[in-house]
Design a protein around this ligand. Structure first.
Ligand code: NAD
Length: 359
């Protein structure tokens, strides 16, 4: 039986292809923008400045200070830069950190955003903003932060370092995996999720072999777009909550944490979500979805252990406590001891183990 479900399409214009960065000027004009502030990280300032030059009279200036986890002090500085140059729209060129800054500015000023993602994080497709104040990260969901227009240009992803490509790609797969068993799951998002996992699981090994393989890069970016739609449309569960907790508590890198935790979180939920497991297995071409995702990460030379990305051994108990402290929806009830064991396995890099709720 199909349903019941509710499906809500988020409004966003997408321009996808190779060389599509060239459409930035006309897309800003389409949004009614006359003075655009370009946002980048310090590492991507040169690309931002080049884009600025292409924008001609629409270019108001650049703010190259985007930072991971969107600290409010950085947003305040960007706001001052916006005022100083009289910007009436923002162009975020970069990964999730830069997209986050654009969203924070839109939340405060209502300006339109043109977003040009250069990683696979997917934030550009979501009405979600995570901000950090005094070291504490809070998340808001507000339609005002959803970018109006997104340009995906595969050419911009050719320079994404292979290691970041792998973890960013698996971070994206995690959005689609949890969308398949989300409380708000629906047939349209499930189609997108399975297709997204298939595209990324096939593209990533090809990119590791040949980082400038434009066909594979295009598949990966397409998959990442779909994963972003999944993340923006339905709610997430244990995996995302765990990564949020681990990242915030131990200051772990975002995409690498997702890459390590995903097979373990999926194994925890496996027995409750057979349809999702079947779809993921089919998409990655494996008999077991959780084991298959672990093997994929290993084949792609990703780190497999939380201890290798800076999590201390004595953090396992603390993380288990935190993971069950704030109740949230998950297909399997939150059981501290099984969650503690999965975190311990992820900490040491062991393969995932499917466990079941004690009868
Ligand atoms: P990032 O944006 O921090 O980028 C990592 C580094 O890679 C930066 O130095 C960046 O300049 C560089 N980089 C990006 N693209 C490049 C390219 N093509 N070539 C060379 N270098 C490049 O990392 P991320 O993983 O994209 O984003 C992580 C952040 O996004 C986190 O803060 C996370 O919380 C947030 N996020 C938010 C959402 C949401 O819906 N709100 C979704 C996903 C991620």
């Amino acid at each position: 039986m199909i349903g019941p479900f509710t499906f809500e399409n988020l409004p966003c214009r997408v321009v996808f292809g190779s060389g599509t960065l060239g459409a930035a000027r006309s897309e800003i004009e389409r949004l009614g923008g006359t003075r655009a502030l370009v946002l980048t990280t310090p590492q991507q300032e040169a690309e931002g400045a080049r884009l600025g030059a292409d924008l001609g009279p629409l270019y108001a200036g650049i703010f190259p200070g985007a930072t991971m986890h969107t600290p409010v002090e950085v947003t305040d500085r960007a706001l001052a830069a916006m005022k100083a140059c009289g910007a009436d729209c923002v162009v975020a060129l970069g990964g999730g950190s830069t997209t986050g800054l654009g969203k924070a500015l839109a939340l405060r000023t209502g300006v339109n955003q043109l977003c040009i993602p250069t990683t696979y994080a997917g934030s550009e497709m979501t009405p979600i903003l995570g901000e950090t104040r005094d070291g504490l990260k809070t998340t808001v969901r507000d339609d005002a932060v959803l970018p109006e227009t997104v340009i995906y240009d595969v050419d911009l992803t050719l320079s994404l370092p292979v290691a970041l490509t792998v973890t960013s790609g698996i971070n994206a797969i995690a959005h689609a995996v949890e969308a398949l068993y989300a409380r708000e799951r629906n047939p349209v998002i499930s189609l997108m999720a399975e297709e997204a996992i298939r595209a990324l699981a096939h593209a990533l090994p090809a990119i590791v072999d040949k980082p400038d393989d434009r066909g594979a890069r295009s598949q990966a970016l397409y998959g990442a777009w779909l994963c972003g739609v999944c993340l923006g449309t339905v709610g997430m569960a244990l995996h995302h909550k765990l990564c949020h907790t681990l990242g915030g508590t131990f200051d772990l890198p975002h995409a690498e944490t997702h890459t390590i935790v995903l097979p373990h979180a999926l194994a925890y939920n496996a027995a409750e979500v057979p349809d999702a497991m079947a779809r993921i297995s089919r998409a990655i071409g494996a008999t077991d979805a959780a084991g298959g995702l672990y093997d994929l990460a290993r084949r792609l030379n990703a780190k497999l252990a939380l201890r290798d990305i800076g999590m201390p051994a004595d953090g396992i108990e603390k993380a288990a406590d935190l993971a069950v402290t704030n109740a949230y929806w998950n297909p399997r009830p939150l059981e501290r001891s099984a969650i503690r064991d999965l975190i311990a396995r992820a900490w040491s890099g062991e393969p995932p183990v499917v466990t079941k709720t004690a009868a």
